[in-house]
Design a protein. Sequence first.
Length: 419
Amino acid sequence: MEVLIVKAGPYLKGTVQIAGAKNSALKLMAACLLVEGTSRLENVPRITDVEIMAELLSAMGVEISHNLNTMTLTTPCELKPEVPYELMQRMRASIVVLGPLLGRSLQAKVSMPGGDDFGHRPIDIHLNALRSLGAEITTTHGYIQAKAKKLIGAKVILDYPSHTATENVLMAAVLARGTTVIENAAKEPEVQDLAEFLTQMGAHIAGAGTSRIEVEGVDNLCPAMHSAIPDRVETATFLAALGLAGGKLLIKGTRADHMDILLEKLAAMGITLTVTKNDILAEFEEQGSLQPVDVHSLPYPGIATDYMPFLVTMLSVAKGISLASENLFPGRFRYIDELIRMGANIRLEGHHIAIKGVDCLSAARVRAPDLRGGAALVLAGLTAQGETTVEDIFHIDRGYEYFDKKLAMLGADVQRIKR
């Protein structure tokens, strides 16, 4: 078992390069199922979730090569439209293969997806949307079986602007006959990135990035080349690290325009931000002087649910009382118990959190409960007295490329060891 050992140390200083977005790369890989031939993706992060998606696509016949951050995917004429249980269970984002499999093969058999366990996340929104396009879907013995004689464009109204449901419908609709209109669509940058890749393949899509996306189905698509957008959640992670440890960071290869509200909150907490086209210069020299703010997770362009563990960790050492609400996944709070073990003064009521900042956290042995919660506990160790041991770091490796190495290059006292 590998663990991360974290000690509070000097201010962070230096430059960090942001990797490609996990939540974009996985969907771009799935989109390659739609077309026979070889597509190339750039800026693909080397993380566990990408490896799992590559295994999943390989099981369906796709040949994949991942060299540095460039990935080539060669999709055969005939796909095996079935995903093994053991692969689907390892990653929730694997559900996005359902849409392209239906679009390309008009059939699919996949198990119920796994992934981070932080509350009930129903997939009915995916299945009902695909049924609107003419798919017949049954769920038996833990598997989803879908088939269609043909997919027909339709008006699809999502109960909730889920980005994975939006992406599933989008990928199914590009090869459907006629026009599909997705109402209450997700607006995330990752949805826009997928739409751009599909357009390069020959799809006809209008409105990506708005709540209404219109897709005119085409008969065929062709392979394409595309570069994934930067990971805004990784950017948020290093900005939170700066707020906890203090210092001065140049965050390169990011998109500040994808996180406007987050940057406003961080500025209100006292972090100085200088934004250019692809970089953010962040400064916070007075460690321990974070100001309290109220934060609430909302669909994009609101505060992303993935940002909340970092913000709550920062507020746990802010000068005053803050309120936070997790409006998307109320069960996503297991990291709070670990923060409380480190001395945080946090009270949880339903999906609301009251946080009274303390002067300093106390190091402890903690477990990463999920991807972002685990990363937040590592950041908490940057400001805690003593030596913090973070276990179950396989969660963190799912979504971060060289996380501990990047922190160490910035001056953090972080070590990965085997136990």
